[in-house]
Design a protein around this ligand. Structure first.
Ligand SMILES: C=C(O[C@H]1C=CC=C(C(=O)O)[C@@H]1O)C(=O)O
Length: 423
């Protein structure tokens, strides 16, 4: 079986890798400046994080066992690797990047790059990863220009805005009839440029405009997400739950008033509570103690404000960051309540394939520490046409939702990607 064969179940043979992490000088202030034109992976926030390129090992997964298959493969890979890690922080040594589809049938992957450049709290390092038969030296770190993207036009994806609003109206009726409490419905837009899109261009703009989000690039999926599904670091588990949104106007005084109204909005508080409950319930079996604040705070982003709750817990077992992400996905921030009913309703009425949008995206190291966010505020590059990229946004629908307001909310959530691709 080739390393890139999709795995639906059973064991996959992981390669033997030799890994070395060592300190490095001369890393650019923006890690993304080192990304090569093709095959770049990234995970950056506030200047820290890591980027990578090349493929030392890769696993493609789909199906009901996708998370288990990925974890098994990663354990085998870690077990067979020879690692010399001179840095010793989460993210140094052997690391994979990955993303997973929203549904079991949407494909996802884990990718181990050949080169990783990392930065954490002032320490910078380079990790080289190669098959056991060849030990690569550290590469020369060069910076690259990204080609500006021009003349992008945006058009409806699977549904027009009007059609999507009527689907939302349907969902509200079904919630009111008692079929479910909450469902998250999404829509897509197609962006087409005159020339092939250099993904590094929108990526750099996202990282600059949304420094508090996690700016990611994995296999053609790029975005800047504000929602941390789970972080595991040395036995501490954290999750940032977002649900309940209001657009920003750009007028600070008015935005402060809007933030106060968001914090009091019973519709948004209800929507938020479903999401917090789903995360707290999924993490509970993995934590010996947990802190779930009773009241959300308002997270201010440049385009929108969200109700946010930071959940924290102390791990009571060895579940890896990916194992925890698997337990949490899909949370009610992207699916609904009850989960199964909401997932079925999404499949029935949403009318599009989400692919990896709203699935877990992130990274993990050999100790199982790592960060998995929810792939939001993102776009999927078309593998067959480098001029096209599909953008996504969704909104949580509860009984008190208004279809027109939900459409406006999705438009606000599309702003980061639209601006990043705009002139
Ligand atoms: C589904 C999305 O957002 C989720 C995360 C934060 C707030 C949300 C909301 O208020 O509806 C959504 O649950 C999206 O950005 O596409």
């Amino acid at each position: 079986m080739s390393l890139s064969d999709p795995v639906r179940s059973g064991r996959v043979v992981a390669p033997h890798l030799v890994v070395r992490s060592q300190p490095v000088e001369g890393v650019a202030a923006q890690l993304l400046d080192h990304l090569p034109a093709e095959g770049g992976l990234s995970w950056v926030r506030r200047g820290d994080g890591h980027i990578g390129w090349g493929v030392a090992a890769r696993l493609d997964v789909a199906g009901g066992n996708r998370f288990q298959d990925a974890m098994l493969w990663w354990q085998e890979l870690v077990g067979a690797a020879v690692v010399r890690d001179e840095i010793g922080v989460p993210g140094s040594g052997l690391v994979c990047f990955g993303s997973f589809g929203f549904t079991d049938s949407d494909p996802g992957e884990l990718v181990v790059p050949e080169v990783i450049v990392g930065r954490r709290g002032g320490t910078t390092w380079v990790t080289t990863i190669s098959p056991a038969s060849s030990l690569a030296g550290p590469p020369d770190l060069v910076t690259h220009e990204a080609s500006p993207v021009h003349d992008v036009t945006f058009s409806d994806g699977a549904r027009s805005g009007t059609d999507w609003s009527s689907i939302v109206a349907d969902a509200i009726k079904r919630i009111t009839a008692g079929e479910l409490d909450k469902v998250v419905l999404a829509r897509d837009l197609i962006a087409i440029a005159e020339q092939p899109i250099d993904l590094r261009w929108p990526l750099r703009r996202l990282a600059a405009a949304y420094p508090n989000c996690w700016t990611f690039s994995v296999d053609g999926l790029i975005g800047a997400t504000p929602e941390l599904l789970v972080r595991r670091e040395k036995g501490l588990i954290t999750s940032r739950v977002l649900a309940g949104t209001i657009r920003r106007t750009g007028d600070d005084a008015h935005d402060l008033a809007l933030a106060a109204s968001l914090a009091r909005s019973s519709k948004d508080l209800e929507e938020h509570e479903f999401a917090v409950r789903s995360v707290a319930d999924a993490l509970k079996p993995h934590c010996k103690s947990m802190n779930v604040p009773e009241t959300p705070f308002v997270l201010h982003l440049p385009n929108v404000m969200h109700l946010a709750t930071d959940v924290a817990g102390v791990a009571n077992n060895g579940a890896s960051a990916l194992g925890l992400a698997a337990a949490l996905h899909p949370s009610a921030a992207v699916c609904g309540t009850p989960t199964d009913v909401a997932r079925d309703l999404i499949g029935e009425i949403e009318g599009m394939e989400r692919g990896r949008f709203s699935g877990p995206v992130g990274w993990m190291d050999a100790a199982g520490d790592g960060e998995w966010c929810i792939a939001l505020r993102c776009g999927q590059a078309d593998p067959h046409d480098a001029r096209r990229i599909r953008l996504f946004a969704g909104a949580g629908i509860v009984a008190g939702s208004d279809p027109t307001a939900e459409l406006a909310e999705t438009n606000a959530k599309l702003v980061p990607m639209r601006d990043a691709l705009g002139d």
